[in-house]
Ligand binder design. Sequence first.
Ligand SMILES: [Zn+2]
Length: 186
Amino acid sequence: MANPLLDRALPEELAECGQAFELQGKIEDFRRLIEITEADLKSVAEHRRPREWRAAAVNIRLGFTWADARREIPALEGEISTTIVAVCQRCLEPFDLPLEMTLKMLLLKSADATTVQAGFEIWEVKGETVRPLDIVEDALIMALPLSAVHESRDLCGPLAEKVADDNKETVRPFAELRSQMNKLNG
Ligand SMILES: [Zn+2]
């Protein structure tokens, strides 16, 4: 069966026929998301990296519609949920990070102020057609936290304190003074 996530179509066409579907994908369907996560996991020793994260389910429900009565602005509403692996920035250990999001987007070729609608974000259509997978992937990437951390410090691994110390180190109040002294002595 065809995967509606992969079908390219005009946004107007999707809105007009009220294209809607619900399906379960996998993290491995999203190439850029994989790249980001793999880069993140490079800081984790190889034997400590989780193995099966690419197979985690991504639950997707999408529905296309018109945002306006004049049927000029295609819109997309939906829900996405999954669990991605992230590296805690406090203890540098990988952990499962649940992501859940609600989409309300206008699909626009160019965003001008008159088309902005309350509660909707704007997804810029590049070219003529859209591929639902790309929209879902963008939404997932935007939902990634800039700095992932375990929900509570109690869940952090033993490195947490060392990382915290290292961060303190970067302030190093005496470092500058020391380098000045070295210069004077040199
Ligand atoms: Zn942690």
